[in-house]
Design a protein. Structure first.
Length: 205
């Protein structure tokens, strides 16, 4: 329902998982197999010697720093910037507009999440199964026609019947479809938490 690039995230997670798995396997082998540990130590010494030679091959005029050090710092800063951009791109797509439609040149009719939330609250007023409910709207990539998807979160009361809660959610979504004049993609989430455990049960468990 969001604008998150799921395919890219899965690729990055898969690569990260493979790298961590390989590093863990190598560390375990180095700790249990003497031959691998010796090879690992030798490789580390050779790598450090090559790094020192590389740094010495391109010194700055002051002689205390290498151009390679500056390049490494630049790469790290670039990586940090890319990570920030990637983190900022997560989620997204949230909107306060559930639906909108033009009125034959007379303007645009807009239905906001505030109105939908109030309607849901009124519909659930006095419901013995529900402590609270909230509505959020999302507009994913490629959404057209002023249509959005909604997420309906229902916080269940202690001892509430899941089947009855599901029926209640289905009735709410059907009512929203009639209100908007078209089916609205909806994600229904029924939750329970500390507030549910502390609430007075209205149904025998």
């Amino acid at each position: 329902m969001t604008g998150t690039h799921r395919a890219l995230n899965r690729v990055l997670l898969a690569l990260t998982g493979l790298l961590l798995t390989a590093a863990g396997a190598l560390a375990a082998a180095a700790g249990t197999l003497p031959g691998v540990a010796a090879q690992w130590a030798a490789t580390g010494r050779e790598s450090w010697a090559r790094i020192r030679e590389l740094l010495a091959a391109a010194p700055l005029p002051d002689g205390a720093t290498s151009w390679w050090t500056i390049a490494a710092v630049g790469i790290l800063l670039l990586g940090a910037a890319l990570m920030i951009c990637w983190a900022a791109s997560q989620g997204g797509g949230r909107t306060r507009i559930v639906a909108e439609a033009p009125d034959a040149g007379q303007g645009t009719t807009t239905v906001e999440t505030g109105l939908v939330s109030r309607l849901v609250a009124e519909a659930l007023a006095g419901n013995r199964l529900v402590l609270a409910a909230s509505v959020t709207a999302w507009r994913g990539r490629g959404a057209a026609g002023g249509k959005s998807s909604i997420k309906l979160t229902i916080r269940a009361r202690q001892g509430a019947c899941p089947r009855e809660l599901t029926d209640t959610a289905e009735q709410l979504v059907a009512g929203l479809d009639r209100l908007l004049g078209h089916p609205v993609p909806a994600l229904v989430r029924i939750t329970a938490g500390t507030r549910t455990r502390l609430a007075r049960p209205d149904r025998a468990r």
